[in-house]
Structure formats: C-alpha cells, structure tokens
Design a binder for this molecule. Structure first.
Ligand SMILES: CC(C)(COP(=O)(O)OP(=O)(O)OC[C@H]1O[C@@H](n2cnc3c(N)ncnc32)[C@H](O)[C@@H]1OP(=O)(O)O)[C@@H](O)C(=O)NCCC(=O)NCCS
Length: 327
C-alpha cells in the first residue's frame, strides 16, 4: 500500500525572545498570571524586517535536506498560514521560489491553528491519488504583527515561527494512517481578525481606526469548546484506524494553552509522559505549533521508528483536526 511518509522535518524561529517580564511593562498583567493561566514563559517575535516566507523557507529547506529529496522532485507545496507575507500573492509562491521548487505548484491553506493538519490531509490525498510523489507542507505564522499590543487577553498568547515536513510516497505500513478535519462556521466569531478583508476593507480609514485588522478572541468560550473538540477528534481518528489512546506513543497537541492540553490528555487517558508540551518557550504559533514540536521531537530522538503519533489541533473557523502517523 502507498502511504505518505514523513521523510524530513524542519523548524525556524525568530531570535528575539519576548518574556512575560517584558509584557508586564506593556499591559496590565503578571508573569504569575500568564504562567498559571497559559503555561507560557516566553515567545519568539519576528524583527520589523522579518516576514513569514523567511521562516517558512528555512523550515522547508531543512525538511528537504533531511529527506535528501531534490527540490525539483517536489510536486506540491502547501503553506498553512493566516499571516502570509501579503494578501497577494500567496506566501507559498515566495517559498517555492526561494527553495527552487521548479516543478511544484504552490498555495496557501487558511484554517487557523488547524492549518497544518488540514494541509497534511490535502497533501496525503495528493500522494494517495498519485498526483504527487513528494509534497512539502509548511505551517508558519507571524502573529506578532497582527496582535493588538494593548489587548492583554491576546497579546500574551500569540507568537511567531515555522515548521515543515516533507511527505513522500512509499510502499509499506509507515506514514499517515488517517486525518480527520472538521469545520463549524456557526461560531466563527470566537477567533477573528475582522478587518483587512472584503467585509471591513483596509481602504476605509474607520476600519483601521477601530483596530479591526487585529486578532480578537473570546478566550473563555474558545477554551471550553477547544477541550471538547480536541478530545472528540482525537478519539475519532484513533477509532477510525482501529486504535485506542493506550496505543499512542507520542501525543503532539496544538500548543494553545497548557490547561487545554492537560484537560484533553486527562480525558483521553494520555499522561504527561506521552504528551509534548513546548508552549512555555514558544507561546501559541497557530499553524506552526505542531510541526515545530514534531521537528523538536525528531531531532531530540523523542520519536522512534514504529511509534504511533497522534496530533490534534483546534482554531479559528471554528476548525479542528486530528491525525495519526506510524513513524
Ligand atoms: C485566553 C485565556 C488564556 C484566558 O484565560 P481564562 O482563564 O479563560 O481567563 P478569562 O478570559 O476567563 O479571564 C479571567 C480574568 O483574567 C483577566 N485577564 C485576561 N487576560 C489577562 C492577562 N494577560 N493578565 C491578567 N489578567 C488577565 C480577564 O480580564 C478576566 O478578568 P475579570 O474576571 O476581572 O473579568 C484562555 O481562555 C485560553 O487559553 N483560551 C483558549 C485559547 C485557544 O484555545 N485558542 C484556540 C486556538 S488559537
């Protein structure tokens, strides 16, 4: 059977660390509150002259090098992001050019924090159908440039970075076993950036003055539905493939909040020993959080051949997704 196998991974993060102590000087918050309520201690923030494709390119380059696959063999590049370099063209076009992907077509995927797993699902379908032999999937965000630095409910959370995987068609039992993706637009107002699009366009000054092109979130409402949805989608992708949570070797959840991760882990019965949590160092990097964590696990030897990896994400849309991979 042909499966999509992760043959290379990569990650790239800005140098600049923004600590909770620095945020204490910017908004009415404390290190204690941020650590206790979110688990975040510091996050990476892009410099004024840095933008998404810089980090997405570097993460993608590492994934290609790790796999040992020449750039011209990649048939498709998907860049999962809500913060592209600019609305037109897609960030994926810049990344494809930077990496020399001369035979790939490239597009952006917008599914909030679930973007990486949505992109993984599309990439897997391209490989399964024979339309591509190698697909590069990048999840990257520069959320710091869309954060309202006067809103303590969001500016402490969101951050920047990129992660990538190369998927290659291979015969055998290893690779992506299944991906489940879900969307519910009835609660689209939970996480939004209301300005900058055609509804509240940027060429109307009042929209800018009203601070509409900034991320807004109903944190508390989102928290509850995130726990429920992440649990359900994780259970479903496991059930679909004939597994239970007891079979999972490594659980890589989207890094939105340690309390969400702990609540989902406890509902699934997956303890801290099998759960990857790096939010303390990186904050919430949306579509980048899972591929960054995956790359760290691979490079630190935390994932071994034969391991069963569960990944799940939840975000704006609302969107949520779960994926199961045999390493
Ligand atoms: C955002 C989040 C950390 C807030 O934590 P919370 O425990 O839910 O906090 P609440 O929003 O209920 O606010 C509780 C109080 O803390 C205050 N507060 C909010 N941010 C604060 C901050 N940075 N520092 C100090 N106090 C803060 C609120 O104003 C509120 O005060 P009040 O009771 O006087 O009104 C949390 O809701 C969360 O992580 N939500 C989900 C995020 C998510 O999953 N997103 C999806 C993927 S992106």
């Amino acid at each position: 059977m042909i499966r999509s196998v992760i043959t290379g991974t990569g990650r790239s993060l800005p140098e600049r660390r923004l600590t909770n102590a620095e945020l204490e000087k910017m908004v009415d918050t404390t290190d204690e509150w941020i650590v206790a309520r979110t688990g975040i201690r510091e996050r990476r923030i892009a410099a004024p002259d840095e933008f998404l494709s810089k980090f997405a390119t570097e993460a993608g380059r590492q994934a290609l090098e790790g796999a040992g696959v020449p750039a011209e063999k990649v048939g498709l590049l998907i860049c999962a992001t809500v913060t592209p370099d600019m609305p037109i063209p897609a960030a994926a076009c810049f990344v494809a050019h930077n990496l020399g992907l001369t035979n790939a077509y490239a597009f952006d995927m917008q599914a909030g924090c679930s973007g990486f797993l949505y992109a993984l699902s599309v990439a897997d379908a391209f490989i399964a159908s024979g339309r591509a032999e190698h697909v590069l999937v990048v999840g990257g965000e520069i959320l710091s440039k869309y954060v309202d630095w006067t809103d303590r409910g969001t500016c402490i959370l969101f951050a920047d970075g990129a992660g990538a995987v190369l998927l290659s068609a291979k015969e055998g039992e290893k690779g992506i076993l299944g991906v489940v993706c879900r969307t519910d637009g009835s609660q689209s107002d939970f996480i939004t950036m209301p300005g900058g699009g055609s509804r509240n366009p940027p060429n109307i000054k009042e929209n800018i003055d009203a601070r509409l092109p900034f991320i807004k979130m109903k944190g508390n409402e989102t928290f509850k539905i995130a726990v429920r949805s992440l649990t359900e989608v994780s259970e479903q992708v496991l059930r679909d493939q004939g597994f239970t949570a007891a079979d999972v070797d490594v659980f890589i959840p989207h890094q939105a909040n340690t309390r969400i991760i702990e609540a989902v882990g406890s509902r699934l019965g997956i303890g801290a020993d099998r759960t990857i949590v790096n939010i303390a160092r990186y904050g919430n990097t949306s579509a980048a959080s899972i591929p960054i964590a995956l790359d760290e696990c691979v490079r630190e030897g935390r994932i071994q051949p034969g391991n069963l990896i569960l990944m799940s994400a939840f975000g704006a849309g609302l969107t949520w997704a779960g994926a199961l991979v045999r390493w």
